[in-house]
Ligand binder design. Structure first.
Ligand code: AGP
Length: 589
């Protein structure tokens, strides 16, 4: 994963290093185990690397060229030595890297034989030694080095002997350049330069970019090493509307993002886009792909499309898709679901599917993301930035998108029904909050939690369990309740918490029976339902929906489960927004 940034200013400025650190903070969602930056001053490269969260830079000298990095470890432990930037043997060249250099071992071996000394265990460090080894200006060396690298990478490189320029290489990992009046900012995500400019150039696969001071302006040159041609690039205007990140009165982004869901859902009622996607899907075989929460929403989408529009949707985990893509019929449409639009497994599917000639449509939150740019049609969930690693509001709006697409496919858009359910969320959110706190008090001392549901409620159970696992570190399993008696029931004993999602929909009676089977073995049963049941030890009451609208229950079930996860993690003193070992945007395979 990792976030990289590089700044080239026309004139030296006291604020350059500070700006880089602020930009890095906005990229911290991509990895947060260590961070660092390097700049050039009159005596050469000045560098600082630290373990842990991004704080403040120690150095503050005037600088016009600075690179920075926030890390999610892949190769090598979390140590200062493995944090980026990485320097060459003479401390003249510094690089930051996002991605994985797959052939680093052979390159490293060769470079060591030639006398280079490595200071880290990372795959990235080979790049800086390759720049040291080769001759020519930075741009020329980048053109020679890029084809030697295998894997996914975006790289920003500086050389103290060329202190008027920065060079970047992009293959598979995202990289954009913010163009401001007197500066150019390279970054993994344009969010890093939200305060500087709304003008951006997006690099595409194989691009090498040179930004250079030239008189009183910064000029750019582009070359694509995959096609071996010089290229011209146009900048795009970014729409920063709804993109500001403010925590406001909340203790954590996760809580803020849960609570703002009714508002965000209203923002996500994009009927025209739903119709566009429905038109692309009509009479076609459609395979939805995604990872984690996004895949759960696709599984819910499968049930929704089936119930509302009798439309058969196939769902695959993005990381399994590669094993099937060569056999997929060329007329098939791929529906990619992703909050970030940068998840490496998803983007790999998209690349492979495109290569096979398949059409790509997507449900995506980040408008400037690679997925949004690589899709034929996009439904924007329009949630604004989701900062907490645990995805909440993006999930609800992905489900919302599936309802709207299903309605469009069925020919009858029931907008008011959805609006009325959102109104119910408004009214009940404080009650859900209260109940979730009580339930968290019970769960916080438990080792295992089982969350059960049937039909459309099963993927909601999966999502509830994922939320609990990732932020509280309690083992939680989401299961179709009908599956219990085929093995898992053996694990139920006195006091084991079982959360049963059982609204009075088409799954109600079977779900209650399965809940009773756990109760008979000592389970502590927590019901999430519009109807009480004597077997419930605790109960979160959902608003009641009519028989005709029962397929909309998932919109009501989600927030209680998210709040249960939040308060349990809080009670355990976890780092709710940045859980251990994870990153928001998973940009490595
Ligand atoms: C959700 O809470 C997770 N952090 C994770 O499963 C996430 O949904 C997954 O990595 C996919 O991300 P995306 O939606 O940005 O593609």
């Amino acid at each position: 994963m990792c976030g990289i940034i590089g700044l080239l200013k026309l004139n030296e400025s006291d604020s350059g290093i500070h700006d880089i650190v602020e930009g890095l903070k906005r990229l911290e969602y991509r990895g947060y185990d260590s961070w660092g930056y390097a700049s050039i001053n009159s005596s050469g490269i000045v560098m600082e690397k630290k373990i842990g969260r991004i704080t403040k830079a120690t150095f503050n000298h005037p600088a016009s060229i600075i690179i920075g990095h926030t890390r999610w470890a892949t190769h090598g432990n979390v140590t200062e030595a493995n944090a980026h930037p990485h320097l060459d043997c003479n401390n003249q060249i510094a690089i930051v890297h996002n991605g994985i250099i797959e052939n680093y071992l052979e390159l490293r071996e060769q470079l060591i034989k030639e006398g280079h000394t490595f200071k880290s265990q990372t795959d990235s460090e080979v790049v800086t030694h390759l720049f040291e080894k080769l001759q020519g200006d930075l741009f020329e060396r980048a053109k020679q080095i890029a084809p030697m690298l295998r894997g996914s990478f975006s790289l920003v490189i500086m050389d103290a002997r060329y202190s008027d320029q920065l060079v970047a290489i992009k293959n598979e990992s995202p990289l954009a350049i913010g163009i401001a009046e007197k500066e150019a900012i390279f970054a993994s995500d344009p969010l890093a330069f939200i305060d500087q400019t709304d003008d951006a150039i997006f690099l595409t696969e194989g691009d090498i970019a040179l930004a250079k001071k030239s008189g009183n302006k910064i000029t750019f040159e582009f070359f694509n090493y995959l096609t071996n041609n010089s290229v011209t690039k146009q900048s795009t205007k970014l729409d920063w509307k709804n993109q500001k990140i403010e925590l406001g009165e909340y203790k954590h982004y996760m809580l803020k993002e849960i609570v703002e869901q009714p508002v965000v859902m209203r923002q996500g009622m994009n009927l025209d886009s739903a119709q566009d996607l429905a038109n692309e899907m009509h009479n076609k075989k459609v395979i939805a792909i995604g990872c984690g929460t996004a895949r759960h929403s696709a599984v819910i989408g499968k049930h929704i499309l089936n119930k509302i529009a009798k439309f058969p949707l196939e769902v695959m985990m993005a990381h399994e898709f590669s094993y099937f893509v060569d056999e997929i019929d060329k007329d098939t449409v791929i529906l990619a679901v992703s909050q970030s639009g940068e998840t490496a497994d998803v983007m790999e599917c998209v690349r492979k599917a495109k290569k096979r000639g398949l059409k790509i449509i997507s449900i995506v939150n980040v408008p400037s993301s690679s997925l949004a740019r690589d899709s034929n049609k996009v439904f924007y969930t329009n949630c604004g930035p989701e900062i907490a690693v645990a995805s909440t509001k993006a999930f609800s709006n992905q489900i919302l998108a599936f309802y709207l697409i299903a309605f469009a496919l069925s020919g009858e858009i029931k907008k008011q029904k959805i609006e009325s359910v959102i109104g119910m969320l408004d009214k009940n959110i404080s009650y859900f909050d209260l109940k979730a706190r009580e339930i968290a008090e019970y769960l916080k001392n438990k080792v295992h939690v089982y969350i059960l549901g049937k039909g459309v409620n099963f993927p909601i159970a999966l999502e509830g369990a994922l939320k609990l696992k990732e932020i509280s570190y309690i083992h939680a399993e989401g299961m179709p309740s009908g599956e219990l008696k085929h093995g898992t029931l053996a694990l139920i004993e006195h006091g084991v918490p079982v959360i049963l999602i059982c609204p009075t929909d088409y799954t109600y009676h079977d779900s209650i029976s399965n809940g009773l089977e756990t109760k008979a073995r000592g389970a502590y049963l927590i019901g999430i339902s519009d109807k009480p049941h004597p077997s419930f030890n605790m109960w979160i009451q959902l608003p009641e929906l009519s028989k005709e609208d029962e397929i909309l229950y998932p919109l009501l079930e989600t927030i209680p489960l998210q709040l249960i996860a939040y308060y349990t993690a809080l009670a355990l003193g976890r780092d709710v927004d940045k859980p251990r070992n994870l990153a928001k945007s998973v940009t490595v395979k």
